[in-house]
Write a protein that binds this ligand. Structure first.
Ligand SMILES: Nc1ncnc2c1ncn2[C@@H]1O[C@H](COP(=O)(O)OP(=O)(O)OP(=O)(O)O)[C@@H](O)[C@H]1O
Length: 312
């Protein structure tokens, strides 16, 4: 075992106001080297604002930031080489082909192996010969991802990276994130959907109304995750059979369909269901809001604070 390395991202007390609107109220974050860190929160919670402050694209009103041992305001040039950044909204108005734009960006970062661009483009099924301007939203997102990964940065900061990607490419993206982690590099990625980060993240912070309201080890969060499960049977079943099962709540039956909530392992439910002929199964994840309000005692407090902030 080695001693804990210095965090790759550390921020303390980040505060940001847009006019009279307080977007961040004292955000603290610590991201360890080699981790995949999910930054989760509903729309408008402050994810993009935090990321832009980390990268010194906007100024904070208060707080401290350290990134890869440097200070974003002072060490911007070095940090840009060591960081891959995918913005939430990509300005892509160039008439030039994606290949040229990516090579140009590569030069700005001190040179990028062209093969790396080709390999990434192939993985994301991106046609490098098409002009950037005419690309669809999904293809623009692919260009954004290629430019974030292509110089093999030590730290990737990705704002809603899977937005606009179809499910197959989302999986490819997650594979890439795993490879980066296996390489000992670090990924910080935001999302408003837990499912997008839950398979890959080691840790997650949940931000709400400009405050970090939870910091979670993902293994714990996964173990507690709620699912709404619907099972269809060939014959009518009795709700009582399922009501007392471990990790099963709110079981109700209508005709041949059982709906219930599973918190944690669905093992007991699956074994009980197997006593019957199962004709259908759906399992839905709750959205982040639901998970948040179900699991965190401070949920009501956060909701109240948000309400009072909104009137501030
Ligand atoms: N330039 C701006 N001027 C005024 N208010 C802003 C500005 N940028 C963001 N805000 C507000 O600050 C809050 C945080 O916004 P931010 O974009 O950081 O949230 P987010 O979590 O990234 O959400 P989203 O996923 O919708 O982008 C929101 O209430 C937003 O309306």
């Amino acid at each position: 075992m080695t001693a804990d390395p210095l965090p790759v991202i550390s921020c303390r007390g980040l505060t940001k106001n847009y006019g009279r609107h307080r977007a961040l109220s004292g955000v603290d974050l610590t991201v360890a080297e080699g981790d995949v860190f999910g930054f989760l929160g509903p729309n408008g919670a402050g994810k993009t604002t935090t990321i832009r402050i980390l990268l010194d694209l906007i100024r904070r009103d208060a707080g401290e930031v350290t990134l890869l041992g440097g200070e974003p305001r002072r060490d911007g040039v070095r940090l840009r080489r060591d960081i891959g950044y995918l913005p939430g909204e990509l300005p892509m108005t160039s008439r030039r082909p994606a290949r040229e734009m990516l090579s140009f960006l590569g030069h700005l970062r001190g040179g990028v192996d062209r093969r790396e661009i080709e390999i990434l483009a192939e993985r994301f099924a991106l046609d490098l010969d098409r002009p950037v301007r005419g690309l669809s939203k999904g293809n623009k997102q692919k260009v954004g991802l290629v430019q974030a990964f292509m110089h093999r940065p030590r730290l990737l900061i990705l704002d809603e990276p899977t937005s606009g990607l179809d499910p197959l490419l989302q999986q490819e993206f997650l594979n890439l994130v795993r490879e980066v982690r296996d390489d000992g590099r670090t990924v910080f990625m935001s999302s408003h959907v837990l499912s997008e980060v839950q398979d890959v993240a080691d840790e997650a912070a949940i931000i709400r109304a400009g405050r970090i309201v939870a910091l979670e080890d993902m293994d714990d969060l996964r173990a507690r995750a709620l699912r709404r499960v619907t099972l269809a049977f060939a014959e009518p079943v009795d709700a009582a059979e399922f009501a007392g099962l471990e990790h099963v709540r709110d079981a109700s039956v209508e005709g041949r369909t059982l709906t219930c909530t599973v918190e944690g392992s669905p093992d007991a439910l699956v074994k009980q269901a197997a006593a019957h002929t199962v004709t259908g199964l759906t399992s839905e994840e709750p959205d982040l809001e639901e998970l948040f309000f179900t699991h965190y005692n401070n949920g009501d407090a956060a909701r109240r604070e948000e309400g009072s902030d909104a009137h501030a």
